[in-house]
Every structure is written in structure tokens, then in C-alpha cells.
Design a protein around this ligand. Structure first.
Ligand code: IDP
Ligand code: MG
Length: 139
């Protein structure tokens, strides 16, 4: 079993898409181990996106991800990391297929509605950043 961190980004929350997005993950069969709404600080956001710190879009990304509340979830299941990424669709909504979250709900790279961890290592790192052990139900 794998665990992954999903964020419904500020655009997804503000547009009222949270329920529909969570519904898709439940429907697929993942178990929700933790869930909360939070507004990230600049520091938390910079840690979360540390791999992108030298990229030209970094400042705008941090500004956006801290601009309103996000919903953070830990999902667990078989091959969860890959399956969640597939359900999210490509990073650039122009390439995201219809039927994926980004393909159905997004048009711009900077406002692409969801985040999902991209590897086991990032999943464990990101889960620690967002949740204390006591906030995660026993799997
Ligand atoms: P991912 O969210 O699909 O894992 P990453 O490459 O990790 O994509 O990038 C993190 C986030 O940064 C993306 O979801 C997107 O919102 C934003 N981003 C990535 N590349 C660009 C870009 O070239 N321009 C603007 N925003 C970008
Ligand atoms: Mg990423």
C-alpha cells in the first residue's frame, strides 16, 4: 500500500470543486487517512515546492498557493501515487486529457486545481510537512 499527499489548490477550493474532486478519489477506491483545510504560510509553501525554488515561476507559485485555503488529504491504496497523478492529468491543462481533473476543470498551468506527490520520497516528505502523526488515522 502507498500513501500520497493531495492538495486541492486555492483555485479549486474557491471555485467550489473540492467535493467533486474528493468524490473522484473516493470513487476510485482510495482510503482517506487525513484531511484538513489550511492556509499555507510562505515558509510552508516554499518548503513544499523546494524543488522548484530556482525556476522562473517560483515566486508566482508561492504567491498563488498561499493566496487562499487549500484542502490537504492523505490517500492510501495500491499504486496510489501513479494512479492519483493519472487522475490529475498533465501539469499543463493544455495537455490534460478530458476525464482527468485538470482536463475537466483547468485551462492554465498556474491554476491547475490539484497537487499530487510525484514519488514515494516526495509523498513521505510532503505528508510530514502537512500532517502530524496524531492527525492521521490508523491504516
Ligand atoms: P505537478 O503539479 O504536475 O507535479 P510541477 O512540475 O511539480 O507539476 O510544478 C508544480 C506546479 O507549478 C504546477 O502544478 C503548476 O501549477 C506550476 N508550474 C509548473 N510549471 C510552470 C510553468 O512553466 N509556468 C507556470 N506555472 C508552472
Ligand atoms: Mg510536482
Amino acid at each position: 500500500m502507498e500513501r500520497t499527499l493531495v492538495l486541492i489548490k486555492p483555485d479549486g477550493v474557491a471555485r467550489g470543486l473540492s467535493g467533486r474532486i474528493i468524490h473522484r478519489f473516493e470513487q476510485r477506491g482510495f482510503k482517506i487517512l487525513a484531511l484538513k483545510m489550511i492556509q499555507l504560510t510562505q515558509e510552508q509553501a516554499a518548503l513544499h515546492y523546494q524543488e522548484h525554488k530556482d525556476r522562473p515561476f517560483f515566486d508566482r507559485l508561492i504567491h498563488f498557493i498561499t493566496s487562499g485555503p487549500v484542502i490537504a488529504l492523505i490517500l492510501q491504496g495500491e499504486n496510489t501515487i501513479k494512479l492519483v497523478r493519472a487522475m490529475m492529468g498533465s501539469t499543463n491543462p493544455l495537455d490534460a486529457l478530458p476525464g482527468t481533473i485538470r482536463g475537466d476543470f483547468a485551462t492554465e498551468m498556474a491554476y491547475n486545481v490539484v497537487h499530487g506527490s510525484d514519488s514515494l520520497t516526495s509523498a513521505e516528505r510532503e505528508i510530514k510537512l502537512f500532517f502530524k502523526d496524531c492527525e492521521i488515522v490508523n491504516s
